[in-house]
Design a protein around this ligand. Structure first.
Ligand SMILES: [Zn+2]
Length: 234
């Protein structure tokens, strides 16, 4: 089902100060609005950033539908080509959110707050970081668990971390490598935020060329920082 169709056919369930919740093909509890409004405020304060409402629209619109397989923002990885403040959630993620066990909605909402990105791994790592900081232990998307203190990560994944390389096909098609890619991205972002704070991290995130900005902002190369974050290739 095309996202456009869900947006056209979605029925408004609840409207708040900064979020609107819609349903399509499923029945949604209006109480979800309160969770989304709370998450909005928490993300804003964690990032120290406001939503770019001039670009994205005055309210975040969340569509919950059984036609959504994998939760995503409008246009998915291509969101910056047509930035809109729209999130699509599947019913499982919504039900988990209502039970406090799934933070995928926070991952997706974080993408909207940081929609201008250069590095896909920094983008995904930051969204998982926000979700897990705000809802520790919750599930986020299809990826479960966290990397342990010292972890071996395939070289092809380490090569992507903090770079502007577009995600390779296996990020979408291979669940095993996808999971590791997301876990490694999360671990790297968590390390960077804890090292120099969110303000410095967002400078890296917004740098034209993040790869060239590591030494200036962190005093170490990308490769050194990956090692310091406890990751190495087998
Ligand atoms: Zn994401």
């Amino acid at each position: 089902m095309a996202d456009r169709q869900i947006v056209q056919g979605g029925k408004l369930v609840a409207s708040g100060e900064r979020v609107e919740v819609f349903q399509y093909g499923v029945s949604v509890d209006p109480g979800f609005l309160r969770l989304a409004e709370e998450a909005y405020a928490e993300i804003e304060s964690l990032l120290g950033r406001r939503l770019d409402t001039a670009t994205l629209g005055s309210k975040v619109r969340i569509y919950i539908s059984d036609s959504v397989a994998v939760s995503h923002v409008w246009m998915g990885y291509e969101h910056p080509r047509d930035p809109k403040g729209i999130v699509f959630l599947n019913p499982r993620v919504y039900a988990g959110a209502m039970h406090g066990t799934d933070a995928t909605y926070i991952h997706e909402m974080t993408h909207l707050f940081t929609w201008r990105y250069r590095s896909h791994t920094l983008r995904e790592g930051l969204a998982d970081y926000a979700a897990l900081q705000l809802r520790p232990g919750a599930r986020v998307g299809p990826n479960t668990g966290v990397l342990t203190q010292s972890s071996t990560v395939p070289g092809e994944i380490l090569e992507c971390l903090g770079t502007t390389r577009p995600p390779l096909d296996w990020v979408v098609s291979d669940p095993v490598r996808r999971r590791l890619y997301y876990l490694a991205s999360h671990r790297f972002v968590k390390f960077l935020v804890e090292k120099e704070g969110m303000g410095v991290f967002l400078k890296l995130y917004e740098a034209k060329n993040p790869e060239e900005s590591f030494v200036r902002l962190y005093g170490a190369s990308r490769e050194e920082l990956i090692r310091m974050a406890g990751m190495r290739s087998p």
